[in-house]
Design a protein around this ligand. Structure first.
Ligand code: CP
Ligand code: NVA
Length: 305
């Protein structure tokens, strides 16, 4: 089909009858896998919420693996106009090899997974942020040489990141303590699941006492007090969450060589002080870099490389 190279196809009749038949034949061969283009793996990114790290690290990871990326921005695709997930999922399944979705409801991810056979990756939902936790655990492993028996204390809002830390920590043998104001504790079903997953003996603790929680911890972790979609309640949260700020005073109760992690973006002066973000215990930049490496591994495994 060399003769089509560089041509405009603005209407079907821009093709001759012969070219049309040849094109259909070629499409059939591609579908059967009889012809394999060099880079034939495509990742779709369907993000209903803002993202810098996840979007860029997934894209770069896929490029490093020799694949391609399509940004399915909901503002310019039919999903943003209400096309049902059941329909969208079945269509995207026919085009893409893998799809990373950032959305609100976990149920929506489940519906995508039910209706599409390609791997669906949660790139953050209101319930979980699993890719973040892969990078967090990788960072801990680099810093301490191993994970089992280490204690990670999360202080702040019992949100998606806290949920995935509870579950991921339990799976990795990490003790996870979560300190939040009483009415902002993590989902009880997630806490229960984490306890069930803690078969390597990791301890799961939920408390409202930030000082007790960080005492003896090797990792102190925080995240924004109001997540994406909760902006309206941000102002009312600030005074309630003040005792959970990661600052010099709170860090004085952790292990002297404890590291500080934050999934970012951070609100300096709220959940974390500038001096801690920029201080010698902070590993937030390595942690952010590890998003790339962890997700590259995930993509490669899911794609069967
Ligand atoms: N930590 C994280 O997921 O960052 P982004 O929102 O920038 O992707
Ligand atoms: N809990 C935050 C994480 C951002 C990466 C949010 O959901 O907005």
């Amino acid at each position: 089909m060399k003769q089509l190279q560089g041509r405009d196809i603005l209407g079907i009749a821009d093709l001759s009858s012969e070219e049309l038949h040849s094109l259909l034949k070629f499409a059939q061969q591609l579908k059967k896998g009889a012809v394999k283009p060099k880079c034939d793996r495509v990742l779709g990114l369907l993000f209903y919420k803002a993202s810098t790290r996840t979007r860029v690290s997934f894209s770069v990871a896929m490029y490093h693996l020799g694949g391609q990326v399509i940004d399915l921005n909901p503002k310019v695709t039919q999903v943003g106009r209400g096309e049902p997930i059941e329909d969208t999922a079945r269509i995207l399944d026919r085009y893409l090899d893998i799809l990373a979705i950032r959305t609100f409801a976990q149920k929506d991810l489940e519906t995508f997974a039910e209706y599409a056979d390609i791997p669906i990756i949660n790139a953050l939902s209101d319930l979980e942020h699993p890719c973040q936790i892969l990078a967090d655990l990788l960072t801990m492993q680099e810093c301490f040489g191993s994970l089992a028996g280490k204690t990670l204390t999360y202080v702040g809002d019992g949100n998606n990141v806290a949920h995935s830390l509870l579950l991921g920590g339990a799976l990795a043998g990490v003790n996870v303590r979560v300190a939040t104001p009483e009415s902002y504790q993590p989902d009880s079903a997630i806490v229960e699941k984490a306890k069930q997953l803690a078969t390597q003996g990791s301890e799961i603790v939920i408390t409202d006492d930030p000082i007790a929680a960080v005492t003896g911890a090797q990792v102190v972790y925080t995240d924004v007090w109001a997540s994406m979609g909760q902006e309206d309640s941000a102002a009312t949260r600030i005074p309630l969450f003040q005792p959970y700020q990661v600052n010099d005073e709170l860090m004085s109760h952790a292990d002297s060589d404890a590291i500080v992690l934050h999934c970012l973006p951070a609100h300096r002066g709220e959940e974390i002080t500038d001096s801690i973000m920029e201080g010698k215990q902070s590993r937030v930049w390595d942690q952010a870099e590890n998003r790339l490496h962890a997700q590259k591994a995930l993509l490669a495994c899911l794609l069967g490389y």
